[in-house]
Every structure is written in C-alpha cells, then in structure tokens.
Design a binder for this molecule. Sequence first.
Ligand code: R5P
Length: 296
Amino acid sequence: MPEISVIAGPASSDLADKIAKRLGAHLVSAELRVFSDGESKIKMGRAGKICVIVQSTYPPTDTHLMQALMLSKKCADDGSRDVCAVIPYLAYARQDRAFLEGEVVSIALVAKLLEAAGVRHVITVDIHSQLAMSHFVSVQNVSSIPILADHVSRMKLHSPVAVSPDAGGADRAKEFAKRLKADFVALKKSRDRTTGEVMVDEKLDIDVSGRDAILVDDMISSGGSIVKAAELLRKKGAGKIYAMCAHALLIGDAAQKIKAAGVQNIIATNSVPGEYAKVDLSPAIAETIKSRYSSA
Ligand code: R5P
C-alpha cells in the first residue's frame, strides 16, 4: 500500500486516530480556532501524497462542512496527488431532489464544493439514498448494518423484530433482520413537506405483541420518526424497544423524547461522537480505504 496521511478533522479526531492506527498510517492533526463570528481557521501539518481527511458533518453542519473543505484545499495546495474525504455523516444527503418546486438540491452543491476543494473521492456511511450518491463523481458508501447487527446479536432479545420507521429504509432494516435471523416490518410513514409533521399508518403487517423490537434507521435527528414508531409499537404491545442508527444527531432533547416514548436505549456508531456512539466504524472504513489504495 502507498504511504497515506490521515488528516484528523476537528469533528472526527478520535475516529481518524483509530483509522490511522488500523492502516498504520501517519496521523496529521489539525489545529482549530473558531472566531467570535463563527468562522473557522485551520492549521495543519504537512501531509503526504495521498491524503485521507476524516470529518463527519454533524451539527454544526455548515461549520463542519466548511472545515472539511478547508482541509481538502490545503492537501490539494500542498500537492497531494489524491485527496479522499471520509465523511461518515454526509450532511444534506436528505435533500437529494427538489421535493417542492423551487427547492435547491443541496447535496448536488455539496458534491460540487468538495470537488472544487480538491476532493477526488468520498467515503461515507449509510448515505440516505442512492440518488444522493448519484450527484458525486466518485463515492463509496460503507454500510454500518453488519457491525450494528453484530453488536445487537450480543444482546439478549426476545423473539426480535427489526422495524424500519418508513418504506425508504426498508432495505436497510431487512438486511439487519437477515443478519440477526429476525423478522422484519416496515412502517408506512408520511411527512408533511411544508410543516415537517410525521404521520404513521397504524396497520402493521406482522404481530409484534410481546416481542422485542429494534427500530433501524440511517439517522435520528429530531427524533420525530422514532417517537412515532415507538408509540405505535407500544400500542401494539411490543416488549422492549431499541432505536439503532448510524448517525445519532439527536438534536436538542431528542434522546429524552425517544426514551419517554418507551425506547430502552439508543445504539449508534461513532459517526457522531457522544454517549450513544457504541459501535466503532473504524474497521469498516479502514478496510474500504485499504481496498481503494492497495493496488495504487
Ligand atoms: C428519513 O427518511 C430518514 O431516514 C430518517 O428517518 C429521518 O431523517 C429522521 O429524522 P427525525 O429524527 O427528525 O425524524
């Protein structure tokens, strides 16, 4: 494998450190200063010919995105021949199309900005949709489902059912259920595109009474989708309920609202550091990096 420099973005320094150790790569740290108006200033050490920047873009989303762009620009300016951005939580991926007339397709702009800053390849985790991926010239999506399923397989669950809070996440939850040899059901969720209000159809395709349920989603933001789903599962007599996702943004009091809705615990990856980051993404990301560069 060629010599790789792993650049620790301020949002993902622990994850970058773990990835660098797994690759046996040189870790370059970034010194951050945030001014009173919110602007970031970054100073980083000299990187090598192949740069892998690790920076998740969880909130403050735009700040973290800007920092990723700054690091990419620096690597490109220093003459790196390849800049790869590892962005586990890729902000704006949900805006992969114009849902209402006049809306901007934000993820297409993010793709262009990264490219303009010198990024040649993006590695992300559980991206919201295939459509979001289609806006990038070169992108790889790492699934967190195998490692999340492995984590859950060590928990004692009674007749588990994997539940997707909406039809869009059905394949993810189905794959999780398969790995766990559990049943699977997708709820029928709809969202008012103007008010953001979430509604769930009460009719379930399987009986969940007395069974433990694991809600599987790509991300939890306001917690609205998980709360609605947990309320329905409780109404249908489910046993213990867990919420599992790759990206636990948990804005404001989302975690408290989720627990108040009857969820025992939230299990997430270290895409977003914090209390619920129980599953380490570094093995899966390091493998993806290795397979990209092993023939270079
Ligand atoms: C939606 O399609 C996503 O997969 C998530 O279900 C959603 O973005 C979660 O957001 P919130 O926690 O705000 O409901």
